[in-house]
Design a protein around this ligand. Structure first.
Ligand code: AGP
Length: 607
């Protein structure tokens, strides 16, 4: 998604803006641009593609202004070319934008009728023209922005720079996040605290509907009714050295390898590791005993974590779970249970569809719980109960460690629910908590299979389609495996419940088709083996991910990846690792942009 940076500095700001934009690269983007004031005049530099292209433009035609705004654009309206790149500007104002202006067509027509000439295909440019027309009517920059914001429909974060105003930036937020940073005689705007980390750790977040006026002297906030409001300054913990891959070639590789540590960290917040029981805080967070249903909603990888969670809550807590992809939830018009619990799952805590579902559930009278990785995110702030995952900042667009931390939190919460509802007794509690406590060690052991997967990836990279199969909790892992592979290698992949194979996808199988089967040796193993045989009988190449006993029982397959034997409760956490490594190494063989795959964004702040 787009990234926004704004700086009122003491010296030339263009270099700092580009460096802050670099820290937003993880969000995904396809063009970039910057505008500063030179002698009171707005000057812009923009370039399609990555920030290096903008860098090259700036080297040829530098900008020396002390106040400026910058942007990384993830194209929604119009191709990623220079003309569509932000900032969009008139002679009076420049604007950068994250989100979508839904009524831009009617606003464009109206602005054009009053003489505005649009250059781009974007929904953003009209905002610059509306502000300009308001300025030409005699309004001040503050009044012009306030009037324009009232005309806009949709979800957006905006930053404005005005000609002749060396000590002024205005930011606004309706939907996507925007943060204000406080420096020494300098002020900053950024899409998040990560962008601002090397500049300052003193941050205020705009609340929904807020807008803010920045000058060297500080920030003045207004709410959606234009009333002055105070927004607290928090100290961000995010490190300025964040953009560090260590010894790894990609952030994704680093994040895959961090999993034993971050999962252990996450579990330690939900379990009492000394007594081997569920931590009292996990039991007290929600009155699980009173719940008659749980509604889970999320997108993408977080949705697959939720699918695993459904198996756990239903099995270990006998709690019925409704689970929906967030973009569908609101439109299903499901009868909801006022007083019930809706659980959102999100790494970023900013995903537009999940956030909209959160608000929909709240308006239906449900209590809101959120499993989130970014504690300062909108979802965290709008939830009644926050279940934090402690994955640390995830930079790779393809989610890995956030996924397994979501699984860790869901596993612990399902046990908390089971205990509260009297479904699991103390002996089972100990047994299951012990299994969870073994996850970090087993994950570390699982990572040792990497060289084998690296070799296998060479043949996987030649495939044009790959099928992933699994049963029970391995079914969502198969779905996640297919998502990971298609996201970063661009190879077409589908995940299926193994039992569905003969209801359609079996028609695809021939000797060119690798079929990845996720099958721990558990009570479902035999049934999955039958499905594997159906694949083999049609010449399909089975890549079996299993444990030692599974490999022994399975018979001949094209390749087996053997992971450590684990309690069936925790197998999704262990089997996530080989499917991540498989996608990662295949993408490396294919030479794709692993951390920032084409067309994808880290945080999807539009519906
Ligand atoms: C994961 O690899 C994806 N890039 C994507 O599916 C992601 O999980 C989804 O957009 C949800 O994001 P969130 O967890 O930040 O809400």
């Amino acid at each position: 998604m787009c990234g926004i940076v704004g700086i009122i500095g003491k010296t030339a700001v263009s270099r700092q803006i580009v460096e802050s934009l670099r820290r937003l690269e993880y969000r995904g983007y396809d063009s970039a641009g910057i505008a500063t004031l030179e002698g009171g005049v707005i000057l812009r530099r923009r370039a399609p593609g990555k920030l290096n292209n903008l860098d090259a433009v700036l080297s040829e035609r530098p900008l020396s202004g002390h106040v400026g705004i910058g942007h990384t654009r993830w194209a929604t309206h119009g191709r990623p070319n220079e003309v569509n790149a932000h900032p969009h500007a008139t002679t009076r104002v420049a604007v950068v934008h994250n989100g979508i202006i839904e009524n831009f067509r009617e606003l464009r027509e109206e602005a054009a009728a009053k003489g505005a000439r649009m250059e781009s295909e974007t929904d953003t440019e009209v905002v610059a023209h509306l502000v300009t027309q308001a300025l030409e009517e005699g309004k001040s920059p503050k009044e012009a922005v306030a009037a324009t914001l009232k005309r806009l429909r949709g979800a957006f974060a905006l930053a404005f720079l005005f000609s002749g105003e060396n000590d002024l930036l205005i930011g606004a937020r309706r939907g996507p996040p925007l943060a204000v940073g406080y420096g020494e005689g300098e002020m900053f705007l950024g899409s998040d605290a990560i962008a601002l980390a090397p500049l300052t750790n003193r941050i205020s977040y705009l609340e929904e509907g807020d807008w803010v006026i920045l000058t060297h002297a500080g920030a003045v906030f207004f709410d959606e009714n234009d009333q002055p409001v105070q927004r607290a300054i928090t100290l961000s913990q995010i490190s300025g050295n964040l953009i560090d891959k260590g010894n790894y070639r990609h952030f994704m590789a680093k994040e895959i390898h961090e999993q034993p540590e971050v999962v252990s960290h996450t579990l330690s917040h939900y379990l009492d590791l000394t007594t081997g029981t569920i931590a009292p805080a996990s039991l007290e967070a929600v009155d699980f005993k009173k719940l008659s249903r749980l509604a889970i909603s999320a997108c993408g990888t977080a949705f697959y974590a939720g699918l695993v969670g459904r198996y756990w809550f239903e099995r270990y807590a006998r709690l019925p779970v409704d689970i929906d992809i967030a973009s569908e939830f609101r439109y299903r018009e499901a009868p909801l249970d006022p007083g019930g619990l809706a659980l959102m799952i999100s790494q970023s805590g900013e995903t537009a569809d999940t956030l909209a579902t959160l608000r929909y559930c709240r308006s239906a009278g449900l209590k809101i719980g959120a499993i989130v990785n970014v504690p300062s995110s909108t979802m965290a702030r709008e939830s009644d109960v926050i279940f934090k995952t402690h994955a640390g900042t995830e930079i790779g667009v393809a989610s890995t460690k956030a996924f397994t931390c979501q699984l860790a939190a869901l596993a612990a919460l399902s046990l908390a629910a089971g205990k509260a509802r009297g479904v699991i007794d103390p002996a089972e509690e100990h047994d299951l908590v012990k299994a969870l406590m073994e996850v970090p060690r087993l994950m570390a052991e699982t990572l040792k299979i990497e060289p084998q997967i690296e070799r296998l990836a060479k043949s996987l990279a030649k495939a044009s389609d790959v099928l992933y199969l699994g049963r029970g909790t391995s079914f969502p892992i198969a779905l996640e495996g297919a998502l990971k592979l298609k996201e970063i290698s661009y190879i077409h992949a589908e995940g299926y419940a193994a039992g569905e194979l003969k209801h359609g996808p079996i028609a695809l199988i021939d000797e060119t088709m690798p079929v990845v089967v996720v099958a721990p040796y558990d009570h479902l193993f035999e049934k999955t083996v039958s499905n594997m045989q159906e694949v083999a009988a049609r010449g399909g190449r089975v890549i079996l991910i299993t444990d030692a006993q599974g490999a022994k029982e399975a018979g001949d397959v094209y390749a087996s990846i053997i992971v450590p034997t684990a309690h069936s409760f925790i197998s999704p956490l262990i089997y996530a690792i080989p499917i991540q490594l498989m996608a990662y190494h295949t993408a490396v063989v294919m030479g794709t942009d692993v951390d920032q795959p084409r067309s994808l964004a880290k945080s999807v702040t539009v519906e």
